[in-house]
Design a protein around this ligand. Structure first.
Ligand code: WTA
Length: 633
């Protein structure tokens, strides 16, 4: 049943097969799952549409492949280990059988509250097991979940509810994050004032915060499950039925709803999980992401649970109540695979070795990185001090759109190279292209990263806007999926990701569209125009630098800057708050009125040595004024 690759030669062999005969390859992998009805065709692909279908006309339920497939063999095994924000609080260990029952019970709740196949359900919840139950229950009845990171503001939440016309919102009374107690239900209430489709809100008790319950609309989670059976017959779904929508930032202002479907996503997340992490049946695996991001979907919930793994879910933050919390948890549960983001590594590295030294960390077999390029310094610190020099470090490159890990070492199987994502997984055909779209073959080449052949967990569309899907991903290089990232293939053939080449910045591993932040700033009544760029930041990878033209009458710079930052926090959420705001008299523009961001990026990076030709600007004098304002020494 296992499709785990065991050796380097095995990888080379599998990779070749996956490229030579992709359909035969994926059919073999998919055969180890439980399908109600087999597929008529493994892959239908037209780059014109573009339209892609995997396992066409097959019928299945992803949760049966998590539960029914595993219950006989390991019903009593821990599915989720939940570690609370406050270490003094009781943890929870939930077996596969218990998780199955909770999922069935909540599936019955959803049905009883009028949610049907195809309906959209927003999940705006903290990192508690009920959030996973909510996702799985949606999947069991065929409803489409859309998890919204619980740090987003009410207006960001409202935008997502409106875009997918959600029928229900699942939330909690509050959310513990470090020393904070965040009133999430109030955020939902505010969001719902702007929307009209939501009929019911189910509220899970977590912090015991006082909340307002709207009669007829709001129901407590614990009341809703009271008389519901612990059994539920899973809906038989089409392989291409929607599993979830996850909103992510792009080059334009409005976040897009990335759509993933059932069959292909199931096959790929399980296959990639088992191979990248080389998970063995008694291992404890921990991914520190939040379920509000794709990493949480694919590698806290679906990939591990489909593999029958024990997946650790941590409610809190790395530094609460002390900066050794991550390592304490690793020792406490004897974690074998640990998967986190470079920003967390850099933040912990900055605290020195004192918080690390008290812990053994000797259970670790594999350590992983995701979300942004990992710099060599952080790579070595992580490898030497956490992995103790003897754990493979898998630097996994992928995206919300790809559904699963695309380029990564397979732990202990394919070689590790610092700061390199390294080699593609079987079935993945990355290419590096020049500006004209010519494939740069061979080694020692640098350009834009594309994927030239479909893979099972690729996004199918952007929700409600197929044209945007085509324009965003398939128009730069027709027929080929464009990732938005730059990459280099080094002299040994290993791929190194260089970062985004579009107007997306990566702040602490979170994607932010520069236009999205600009739109939010422009909501401030004093802001006339703004431009946002990324700049190198020691901990966050990239920080947000904003240039704004303002009406400053009667207000100090500092007060205005603070107000603008708060506006962004209110409209998007704290993660989008600019690190630096510079008030400027104008923005450098080309004669056609386009902002010359190249110059703004250089100034924000405090590197003005090579600004290039500015004489063609409409307003060349503005450049010196901006440099002066930035106070670069
Ligand atoms: C970046 C997160 C370098 C990249 C799974 C990509 C990475 C974007 C890596 C997707 C990595 C992700 N090395 N860069 N290992 N992993 N990225 O959609 O720019 O939140 O396009 O998915 O993160 O971010 P997203």
């Amino acid at each position: 049943m296992s499709n785990k690759i065991q050796s380097l030669s095995g990888y080379i062999h599998e990779y070749q097969k996956s490229v030579n005969e992709p359909e035969k390859f994926w059919a073999r992998i998919a055969n180890s799952f439980h399908w109600h009805k087999p597929w008529d065709k493994v892959l239908s692909w037209s780059s014109e549409g573009p339209h892609v279908k995997w396992f066409e006309n097959a019928k299945l339920n992803i949760t049966e492949n998590i539960f029914e497939r595993h219950l006989f063999t390991h019903g009593d095994k821990a599915a989720i280990i939940w570690e609370p924000n406050d270490p003094k609080e009781q943890n929870r260990i939930i077996s596969y059988r218990e998780l199955y029952e909770l999922t069935c019970q909540f599936s019955n709740v959803l049905k009883a509250q009028g949610v049907n196949k195809g309906d959209r359900v927003i999940i705006y919840m903290p990192m508690i097991p009920e959030a996973s139950v909510a996702m799985l229950a949606c999947a069991r009845i065929g409803a489409v979940h859309s998890v919204v990171f619980a740090g987003f503001s009410s207006s960001a939440l409202a935008d997502r509810i409106i875009d997918c016309e959600a029928k229900m919102v699942l939330t909690s009374d509050g959310n513990f994050r470090g020393s904070k107690n965040i009133p999430v239900k109030a955020v939902v209430d505010e969001a719902l004032e702007k929307t009209s489709t939501v009929e019911k809100v189910i509220v899970c008790k977590r912090t015991n915060a006082e909340v307002t319950m709207v009669p007829g609309r709001d129901i407590w989670w614990h009341d809703s499950i009271k008389d519901q059976s612990l059994e539920h017959k899973a809906e038989s779904l089409d392989s291409e039925d929607l599993l979830f929508i996850l909103y992510t930032s792009g080059s334009t202002g409005k976040p897009k709803g990335v759509v993933h479907t059932t069959g292909g996503y199931m096959v790929y997340t399980q296959y990639s999980f088992e191979n990248v992490f080389q998970y063995e049946q008694n291992d404890v695996y921990w991914c520190t992401a939040d379920i509000g991001w794709i990493t949480g979907h694919s590698y806290i919930v679906y990939g591990p649970l489909l593999s029958g793994a024990t997946t650790l879910m941590f409610e809190g933050v790395p530094t609460f109540p002390h900066p050794g919390r991550f390592w304490e948890i690793v020792d406490k549960y004897q974690v074998n695979q640990f998967y986190t983001a470079p920003t967390a590594i850099r933040a912990l590295q900055a605290k020195g070795l004192e918080p690390v030294n008290p812990y053994k960390l000797d259970s670790l077999k594999v350590i992983g990185s995701v979300g942004e390029p990992i710099n060599e310094e952080a790579w070595h610190w992580y490898h030497d001090h956490i992995g103790k020099g003897n754990c493979p470090l898998v630097d996994t490159w992928w995206q919300t759109e790809t559904g699963g890990i695309m380029i990564s070492a397979l732990a202990g199987i394919t070689p590790n190279k610092p700061a390199h994502a390294s080699l593609p997984l079987p079935g993945i055909q990355p290419i590096i292209v020049d500006a004209e779209g010519n494939e740069l073959k061979g080694n020692n080449v640098e350009g834009n990263l594309c994927i030239k052949f479909p893979w099972p967990s690729m996004l199918r569309t952007t929700y409600g806007d197929h044209k945007r899907f085509k324009e965003t991903y398939f128009s730069a290089y027709p027929g080929t999926y464009f990732t938005g990232d730059g990459a280099k293939r080094d002299h040994d053939g290993y791929i190194r990701i260089l970062g985004r080449v579009d107007d997306v910045i990566n702040v602490s591993g979170h994607r932010m569209g520069t236009a999205e932040v600009e739109n939010a700033m422009n909501e401030h009544p004093r802001v006339i125009e703004s431009a946002v760029v990324g700049f190198p930041h020691d901990i966050k990878g990239q920080g947000i630098y904003a240039y704004v033209i303002c009406d400053q009458e009667g207000i100090s710079n500092e007060a205005l800057i603070q107000e603008i930052k708060n506006t962004v926090r209110k409209i998007i959420g704290p993660i989008a708050k600019p690190d630096e705001i510079q008030i400027v008299p104008g923005l450098p523009k080309t004669r056609s009125g386009k902002i010359m961001r190249r110059i703004l990026r250089k100034v924000a990076s405090k590197d003005i040595s090579n600004l290039g030709d500015t004489s063609t600007l409409l307003n060349p004098e503005i450049v010196d004024q901006i440099i002066e304002g930035a106070q670069i020494k």
